[in-house]
Design a protein around this ligand. Sequence first.
Ligand code: ADP
Ligand code: MG
Length: 613
Amino acid sequence: MSQRIAILPENLTNKIAAGEVVERPSSVIKELIENSLDAGATDISVEITAGGRRLIRVTDNGHGMSREDALLSLERHATSKIRNDSDLESILTLGFRGEALPSIASVSRFCLSTREAGSLEGTEIVVEGGRVRDVKSCGMAQGTVIAVEQIFFNTPARLKFMKSAETEAGHVGDVMARLAVSRPDAAFSCIGDGREIMRVQRSDLQRRLSQVVGKDTTSHLHRVDSGGEYVAVSGFVSGPSLVRSGPQAMFTYVNGRFVRDKVVQHAIMQAYRGVIDRGRYPVVALFIQLPVGEVDVNVHPTKHEVRFRHQSTVHDGIQAAVEGVLRLSPWLAVKPAPPSSLSSLSSASQTAQAYRERIAAAAQASLTLPSREQQYPQPPVQARAENKGTIPVSEAPLPGAVVAEAEMPFQAEQRTPVAGYFSSLALIGQFHGEYILCQSGSDLVIIDQHAASERVAYQRLKQQCREGSVESQRLLFPETVELSFSEVVVAGRFRDNLAGIGFELEHFGGNTLMIAAVPRISSEKDAIGLVREILADLAGLGTSAAFQEALDELLSRIACHSVVRGFHALESRQIKELLHSMDETEFAASCPHGRPVSHVVRLDELEKIFKRT
Ligand code: ADP
Ligand code: MG
């Protein structure tokens, strides 16, 4: 009988392992840099051509290897980092599986050069598709240089899965950013096709973080340092003024290793409840330190996932550490108001509440009521000035006929208002700087001014887009913004599409982008925030076709940025303009996010409340 089972040759098992560890150039770079850091390197430089598809070279000043070790390092399961299974419980290095080098060497043309301290010469080993072709002596500085050329040249199936050079370069930048934040004590540089993509000197975490996520961020970052007995958490977290629309700037590390972990992310987001809006993510660099045996990093070959032995303890420890900082609202410290009013607060959400109230108070203080003589030549007939919190901007009621017609604007099944409805409303005033109160016959109509403005802006944009003429506004002073490397790639890929909706973006080198123009309708003041969000939205999309599909989402994003948030006093003229615009546009009764724009309280409902019936 023929033999059915065979042990696979090592070259093949290496290729199979490569399938797990080596997904793309950036994963090769991650493995090589981790090896360099494990070897004690303090200076690591990376060079790539064609996004790493043609060449990846990582040079370090670590302890290097002897010739014997260098040859051994290419064998599967060869590692200097663990010796027995008890070591597996207490891993302090980034690597330990002993599979990266043989895996990488099995799917590329590979050259390892290395020299140990005290050794007169180095060793150079050339490997092709997993077969050692040459071993010789070489002259070099102490440390290790690994060059990986033509990755996946012998695995065509994987080669097909590689993306364009720019996309791959973007991933390389992201991986380097994570590693650079993890080790501010080491210098990193990355050169792509002869151009410098990144260069950071040895420094401290705060400086390193701001080099990676943007120079303007430093003053918005607040230190976390909680030395819990079981979970120690340290690093930086941002206040409510520095947020992103995705979790891309959440750098989280467990025992020094970058992780993308649901438990960790959830804990952080819980701490931010009530501090930042839903759908926003903070900028954080958090180092979570646990007793080594309490976390299993051997869950996946890429080691991005971890398993905690006491998941909820870790979760609560992280949440408490972040909350501890946010509760103090350190971002308020720069404001003139005395901090005493906050000292008695005990939870993050209360703090946020106090924060909002303070903004509200400021808004009220700066509120200038329109002078009646100026604004309302006719005597106000339905003035409700006595209502506290209501700004009197009322005017003569509309002729009975119009009111009657508009009496039941929203039929139960049909939520679209009658034509001309909004301009026909009799204005009562503005409530809380956020709502417009109107009367329609015996109905009280409450309009969410933000939702309404957003809806109007969205409809206008859609129309301009249909007509192929989204109005663009050049910035007086072009702004530069630091992005993640993959976002820069996205900006390049969709450059023309973005120009079509009013954005003019120029790559400024490295991970910096220059914003020269934005859609006219959006607020120029937050051009950076808008561009960031748009690019984050686009990050998941592949092609221009996908851009068209995402267009509505993007337009609603721009509309969202056209609206002043929070308490915003409106003059009656502005309110009337808004109501008029609401009638002018194809106005649905909800904002682009699906929130309702207006709400009707019927007289009989009020009478019920006051027990008049
Ligand atoms: P692991 O990192 O899991 O041990 P690798 O295949 O990545 O496995 O590396 C194998 C071994 O080669 C490492 O354990 C280490 O001893 C050695 N090595 C790899 N890269 C370097 C380097 N840059 N400097 C010094 N030694 C290295
Ligand atoms: Mg390794």
